[in-house]
Design a binder for this molecule. Structure first.
Ligand code: SF4
Length: 224
């Protein structure tokens, strides 16, 4: 692929530039899980989204939340009822059990409020760093790099680490200091949109990509 010219930029400068170009491309940075701003609902939806599309989670949760609208209702519901709702999301037994236990833990240990610390969130059944960072960034405005498949792939292609690396914790550790905390949540939402529209897993559209001038995948990166 033809090398494209770009000024030498430090990784932080390139990350800032990438964030700015993504913001221009997607002025509205929106989570693709439609939780209506309810922290507990976002937590439930994030848990259901593992190995499932956000689109399907949105559909499933319309009925789920109509029947079980809050943590108390979920904690009280028979496991078989929850399983019936979440079955289309796959891994439904594990997910249903996590939703019930997570809701009970929030009521028991957090007075019904979704925790606002990484430690508190990680202590909830079924919650890993990806979900915790989503909650910290979207709900509490504390920032958080949500190292999902799009984030890992695109940041690797952009050259912030080798493209072959696929460890979410490493991606989070490398990207966290490069993106200002207050912009991390929006940056990650935009990466998801960008990963679906332009920098797709199988056929990235590099020729028409607004980030090509700062992308290592097309040879446009000169380290400062
Ligand atoms: S130039 Fe290609 S690989 Fe790089 S960000 Fe754009 S679409 Fe992805």
């Amino acid at each position: 692929m033809e090398r494209q010219s770009s000024a030498a930029l430090s990784p932080a400068e390139r990350a800032r530039e990438a964030a700015a170009r993504l913001e221009h491309l997607y002025p509205e940075a929106q989570c693709s899980l439609f939780s209506g701003g309810d922290p507990w609902r976002l937590l439930v939806m994030a848990r259901l989204s593992a190995q499932c599309t956000d689109e399907r989670v949105n559909i499933v949760c319309r009925e789920l939340f109509a029947a079980l609208p809050d943590a108390a209702a979920m904690a009280d519901a028979p496991l078989s009822v929850i399983e019936g709702f979440v079955r289309p999301c796959g891994l439904y037994r594990r997910k249903a059990s996590d939703l019930k236990e997570m809701s009970a833990a929030i009521l028991r240990d957090w007075a019904g409020r979704v925790p606002d610390t990484m430690e508190g969130l990680l202590a909830l059944p079924g919650v890993g760093r990806k979900i915790a960072n989503l909650i910290l960034g979207d709900v509490y405005g504390l920032g958080g790099i949500v190292a999902d498949t799009h984030c890992i792939r695109i940041c690797g292609r952009l050259g912030f680490y080798p493209e072959a690396q696929s460890d979410p914790v490493r991606t989070e550790r490398i990207m966290t200091p490069l993106v200002p905390r207050e912009r991390q949540a929006a940056f990650c939402h935009r990466l998801v949109q960008f990963g679906r529209d332009v920098c797709t897993a199988r056929a990235p559209r590099c020729a028409e990509c607004p980030l090509s001038g700062i992308c290592a995948h097309v040879g446009a990166v000169t380290e400062k």
